[in-house]
Ligand binder design. Structure first.
Ligand SMILES: C[S@@+](CC[C@H](N)C(=O)[O-])C[C@H]1O[C@@H](n2cnc3c(N)ncnc32)[C@H](O)[C@@H]1O
Length: 314
């Protein structure tokens, strides 16, 4: 039977990403600037795009003239660029990985996972992350495969930048979702993809910009800093740097929304973000979150949403 072609793309994050915002979209959607609904925002910028939950959500509801996504994680940005440029070849690579994986029993699947992980780590030094190369396609397929089959679906690297998440025993992991990758590719056609620090986005901002900032969480406790997306981490100094960036964007006249975990969840007297963003609107909304490394303690905690514009009730 012929496959029905969908007219409206329905792109969703193609990787599970620590700190992914899918569960908060409803809270966010009430707080997007009213100017966006009136078509007065023509520029969208997301400097910490991660899995892209907010980027996908917004781009299917609003049409922007310019759209930019950025992240400091080179493997993630490589994957976005491969989807944009070579989605068909990527699908073929993933199809091959998927059929090899599902043809095996549990024990052999585990061995296959470690084989792919080993080759992925070994070849890191050969990859030129700055300039598109054919070997990016195989690498993007490996990244998606590892993300889909590893424990908890995290992307985590050690100090040497090696992917170090162990095998996850899923019965039927979804390794290839062809429709979604095609939809993602469609949205990326009109999106510019930037690798690097969030400050690289500064030159893209004007009055007609909406910018959503979702930096790495400030660890809730000393032992909770398990979301190592990159080998260098994001320190309190980076959070301070980001608050200055926020002020700069505000001064330009852009509409800015930032989210972060609330340190007061653990320590009620920790006013780090309240102090940094005292000139702006700070709201606390409930969110579910894994709060320690083995995922055993999950609970409802507050997420901060900080905006520099007036909210209209919806
Ligand atoms: C909380 S996650 C974003 C999650 C995303 N909103 C989602 O829904 O999946 C934070 C992201 O910031 C990226 N990052 C870390 N340091 C950065 C920096 N200095 N500049 C830009 N991105 C950075 C990480 O690689 C990670 O993808």
């Amino acid at each position: 039977m012929a496959k029905q072609k969908r007219l409206v793309p329905d792109a969703r994050p193609f990787m599970k990403w620590a700190g992914g915002k899918t569960q908060l979209l409803r809270e966010f959607s009430r707080r997007f600037p009213s100017e966006m609904k009136k078509g007065k925002i023509t520029n969208y910028v997301e400097p910490f795009v991660g899995g892209g939950a907010v980027f996908f959500y917004l781009n299917q509801r609003f049409s922007f003239e310019h759209c930019y996504i950025c992240d400091a994680n080179e493997e993630l940005i490589l994957s976005y660029r491969v989807i944009k440029k070579s989605v068909k070849k990527l699908i073929n690579e993933l199809e091959a990985l998927e059929s090899e994986y599902i043809s095996k029993n549990d024990k052999k699947r585990e061995a296959f996972f470690y084989e792919v992980r080993g080759s992925f780590n070994e070849r890191k030094t050969e990859i030129n992350f700055q300039k598109y190369q054919m070997d990016w396609i195989e690498r993007a397929a490996q990244i998606i495969f590892l993300n889909r089959t590893c424990y908890n679906g995290l992307f985590r690297v050690n100090r040497k930048g090696e992917f170090n998440v162990p095998f996850g025993r899923y019965k039927n992991p979804e390794i290839l979702n062809e429709d979604n990758l095609n939809d993602v590719a469609t949205l990326l056609k009109t999106t510019q993809i930037i690798l690097g620090d969030f400050t690289k986005c500064r030159r893209l901002i004007n009055k007609k910009t909406f910018i959503y900032l979702d930096p790495p969480y400030r660890p809730l406790s000393e032992t909770a800093s398990f979301t190592n997306y990159s080998k260098n981490g994001f320190t309190d100094n980076d959070q301070i740097r980001l608050a200055k960036f926020y002020q700069d964007l505000d001064a330009i006249g852009a509409k800015v929304m930032l989210s972060n975990s609330d340190p007061r969840n653990e320590n009620p007297s920790d006013t780090f973000f309240d102090d940094l963003y005292s000139n702006y609107r700070i709201e606390r909304v409930p969110a579910k979150r894994i709060i320690n490394c083995n995922g055993a303690r999950r609970g409802e905690i507050n997420e901060l949403i900080i905006t520099n514009y007036r909210l209209t009730k919806t």
